[in-house]
Design a protein around this ligand. Structure first.
Ligand code: DQA
Length: 143
Protein backbone atom coordinates (compact mmCIF):
# COMPACT_ATOMS: atom_id res chain seq x y z
CA UNK A 1 0.00 0.00 0.00
CA UNK A 2 1.11 3.53 -0.71
CA UNK A 3 0.22 6.58 1.32
CA UNK A 4 0.81 10.29 0.94
CA UNK A 5 1.49 12.90 3.61
CA UNK A 6 0.83 16.46 2.48
CA UNK A 7 1.86 19.56 4.35
CA UNK A 8 0.67 23.06 3.64
CA UNK A 9 2.19 26.50 4.03
CA UNK A 10 5.04 27.21 6.44
CA UNK A 11 5.44 23.58 7.46
CA UNK A 12 8.82 23.36 5.68
CA UNK A 13 9.95 25.53 8.64
CA UNK A 14 9.02 22.91 11.23
CA UNK A 15 11.68 22.82 13.95
CA UNK A 16 12.54 26.50 13.43
CA UNK A 17 9.06 27.96 13.29
CA UNK A 18 7.52 28.90 16.68
CA UNK A 19 9.07 25.85 18.43
CA UNK A 20 7.13 26.62 21.61
CA UNK A 21 3.98 25.76 19.61
CA UNK A 22 5.17 23.25 17.01
CA UNK A 23 8.17 21.66 18.77
CA UNK A 24 11.70 21.01 17.60
CA UNK A 25 11.18 18.18 15.14
CA UNK A 26 11.74 19.03 11.50
CA UNK A 27 9.73 17.83 8.52
CA UNK A 28 12.71 15.58 7.72
CA UNK A 29 12.31 13.97 11.18
CA UNK A 30 8.57 13.51 10.59
CA UNK A 31 9.33 11.96 7.20
CA UNK A 32 11.85 9.53 8.67
CA UNK A 33 9.44 8.40 11.41
CA UNK A 34 6.58 7.91 8.93
CA UNK A 35 8.77 5.99 6.50
CA UNK A 36 10.07 3.72 9.29
CA UNK A 37 6.52 3.00 10.43
CA UNK A 38 5.30 2.36 6.87
CA UNK A 39 8.22 0.01 6.15
CA UNK A 40 7.34 -2.07 9.24
CA UNK A 41 3.99 -2.77 7.53
CA UNK A 42 5.52 -3.29 4.05
CA UNK A 43 3.96 -0.01 2.98
CA UNK A 44 5.32 3.20 1.50
CA UNK A 45 4.73 6.84 2.21
CA UNK A 46 5.73 9.95 0.35
CA UNK A 47 5.90 13.23 2.27
CA UNK A 48 5.41 16.51 0.40
CA UNK A 49 5.13 20.16 1.38
CA UNK A 50 3.97 23.21 -0.52
CA UNK A 51 3.25 26.83 0.31
CA UNK A 52 0.77 26.94 -2.59
CA UNK A 53 -2.89 25.98 -2.41
CA UNK A 54 -3.11 24.94 -6.09
CA UNK A 55 -0.11 22.63 -5.75
CA UNK A 56 -1.75 20.85 -2.81
CA UNK A 57 -4.95 20.47 -4.85
CA UNK A 58 -2.99 19.04 -7.81
CA UNK A 59 -1.28 16.50 -5.52
CA UNK A 60 -4.63 15.34 -4.13
CA UNK A 61 -5.97 14.73 -7.67
CA UNK A 62 -2.75 12.93 -8.61
CA UNK A 63 -3.21 10.71 -5.54
CA UNK A 64 -6.83 10.05 -6.54
CA UNK A 65 -5.80 9.09 -10.08
CA UNK A 66 -2.84 7.01 -8.86
CA UNK A 67 -2.54 4.17 -6.37
CA UNK A 68 -2.56 6.10 -3.08
CA UNK A 69 -4.64 4.38 -0.36
CA UNK A 70 -4.87 7.37 1.97
CA UNK A 71 -3.68 10.91 2.56
CA UNK A 72 -2.47 12.39 5.85
CA UNK A 73 -2.92 16.11 5.44
CA UNK A 74 -1.72 18.98 7.57
CA UNK A 75 -3.16 21.89 5.57
CA UNK A 76 -1.62 24.54 7.88
CA UNK A 77 -3.49 27.84 7.71
CA UNK A 78 -5.46 26.70 4.63
CA UNK A 79 -7.50 24.64 7.12
CA UNK A 80 -9.21 27.84 8.17
CA UNK A 81 -9.55 29.51 4.77
CA UNK A 82 -9.72 27.13 1.85
CA UNK A 83 -13.04 26.36 0.21
CA UNK A 84 -11.01 25.19 -2.82
CA UNK A 85 -9.27 22.44 -0.82
CA UNK A 86 -12.56 21.44 0.77
CA UNK A 87 -14.21 21.10 -2.65
CA UNK A 88 -11.25 19.07 -3.87
CA UNK A 89 -11.37 16.62 -0.94
CA UNK A 90 -15.18 16.39 -1.13
CA UNK A 91 -14.92 15.29 -4.76
CA UNK A 92 -12.34 12.50 -4.42
CA UNK A 93 -12.63 8.93 -3.13
CA UNK A 94 -9.19 8.74 -1.52
CA UNK A 95 -9.64 9.06 2.27
CA UNK A 96 -8.01 12.07 3.91
CA UNK A 97 -7.15 12.53 7.60
CA UNK A 98 -6.61 16.11 8.78
CA UNK A 99 -3.66 16.46 11.17
CA UNK A 100 -2.57 19.43 13.27
CA UNK A 101 0.51 19.44 15.46
CA UNK A 102 -0.91 22.01 17.86
CA UNK A 103 -4.35 21.83 19.45
CA UNK A 104 -6.14 24.30 17.20
CA UNK A 105 -9.12 24.39 19.57
CA UNK A 106 -6.97 25.78 22.39
CA UNK A 107 -5.64 28.58 20.21
CA UNK A 108 -7.02 31.75 18.59
CA UNK A 109 -10.73 31.66 17.67
CA UNK A 110 -9.94 31.86 13.93
CA UNK A 111 -8.23 28.44 14.20
CA UNK A 112 -11.28 26.74 15.71
CA UNK A 113 -13.07 26.36 12.41
CA UNK A 114 -11.88 23.91 9.78
CA UNK A 115 -13.32 24.04 6.27
CA UNK A 116 -11.78 20.64 5.67
CA UNK A 117 -12.78 18.57 8.72
CA UNK A 118 -16.34 17.87 7.45
CA UNK A 119 -14.96 16.25 4.26
CA UNK A 120 -12.13 14.33 5.95
CA UNK A 121 -12.58 10.98 7.65
CA UNK A 122 -11.27 12.47 10.90
CA UNK A 123 -9.17 15.13 12.52
CA UNK A 124 -6.17 14.67 14.84
CA UNK A 125 -5.13 17.81 16.66
CA UNK A 126 -2.76 18.61 19.53
CA UNK A 127 -0.74 15.38 19.67
CA UNK A 128 2.39 17.04 18.34
CA UNK A 129 4.14 15.36 15.42
CA UNK A 130 2.94 12.00 16.78
CA UNK A 131 -0.40 12.91 15.20
CA UNK A 132 1.04 12.06 11.76
CA UNK A 133 2.02 8.60 12.99
CA UNK A 134 -1.36 8.07 14.63
CA UNK A 135 -3.04 8.81 11.30
CA UNK A 136 -0.70 6.47 9.40
CA UNK A 137 -1.26 3.68 11.97
CA UNK A 138 -4.99 4.01 11.46
CA UNK A 139 -4.57 3.56 7.68
CA UNK A 140 -2.06 0.70 8.07
CA UNK A 141 -4.32 -1.18 10.45
CA UNK A 142 -7.48 -0.67 8.42
CA UNK A 143 -6.00 -1.68 5.04
C1 DQA B 1 -1.27 23.82 12.15
C2 DQA B 1 -2.32 24.74 12.82
C3 DQA B 1 -2.73 25.86 11.89
O1 DQA B 1 -3.68 26.70 12.54
C4 DQA B 1 -1.54 26.70 11.51
O2 DQA B 1 -1.91 27.70 10.59
C5 DQA B 1 -0.41 25.88 10.99
C6 DQA B 1 -0.09 24.62 11.64
C7 DQA B 1 -0.75 22.75 13.11
O3 DQA B 1 -0.14 21.80 12.63
O4 DQA B 1 -0.90 22.87 14.33
O5 DQA B 1 0.29 26.29 10.07
O6 DQA B 1 -1.89 23.15 11.05
Amino acid sequence: MKYLCLNGPNLHRLGKREPEIYGHETLADVTKDLQTLAAAFDAEIDVKQSNHEGQLIDWIYEAEDGDIAGIIFNPGAYTHTSVALRDCIAGVEVPVVEVHISNVHKREAFRHHSYLAPVCIGQITGLGTFGYQAALRMFLQSN
